[in-house]
Write a protein that binds this ligand. Sequence first.
Ligand code: COA
Length: 158
Amino acid sequence: MDHSSNLSLREKVTVKKVSTAEEKEHCRAVRSLVFVEEQNVPAELEYDALDEVKQTLHFVAYFKNLPQGAARLRPYSSLHVGKVERVAVLKEARGQGIGALLMNALEDQARKENFHTLLINAQLHAAPFYQRLGYTPVGEVFLEANIEHISMEKKLED
Ligand code: COA
C-alpha cells in the first residue's frame, strides 16, 4: 500500500455496504488472503451458508478502488442482537485505521437496523483492537479453527 499520503488516508478510505456481486467477490478475496492463506483457516470453515443469507450484511473497505478490508454482520438469536464476523484487513494495510473505519461503518448500519447489542467471537490477539472500539470481553478463552478466541460485546447507543 502507498504510505506516502498517510495523513489523509482515512479520508481516502471508503467503506461500502455490499450491494453488488463484484463487491461481494472483493470481500471474498480479502477473506481468502487473510483467513485462508495467512491464518490457515480451512476454506470450508471460512465460507459458510450464512454468507448467502439475505439478512447477512457484508462490508468492504476500499483504498484507491482496491479492496483492503472486509467484515460481515448478521442477526443473532434474539431480536436486536447482531453478530460481527470475518473482520479482516490485508496484512500490508494494517495499523492505519482501516479496521476501525470498517467497524464504524458496520456499527452505523447496525444502528439503522435497530440492533442494540453487537457480539463478536474475537481472536484473542485482536481483543485490544475491539476493546478500543468499546467492546467488553465476556466469558472464557476458547478454541475455534484452532485459534484462541474470546467473546466480546458492545451495547450500541442511538
Ligand atoms: N493489538 C492492539 N491494538 C491493536 C491491534 C492489536 N492486534 N490491532 C489494532 N489495534 C489498535 C490500533 O493501534 C489502533 O489504535 P488507535 O486508535 O489508538 O490508533 C486501533 O486498534 C485501530 O486499529 P486499525 O489500524 O484500525 O486496525 P487494522 O486496520 O490494523 O485492523 C484487524 C485490525 C484486527 C482487523 C487486523 O489486524 C486484521 O485483519 N488481523 C488479521 C485478521 C484477524 O485476526 N481478524 C480478527 C478476527 S476476530
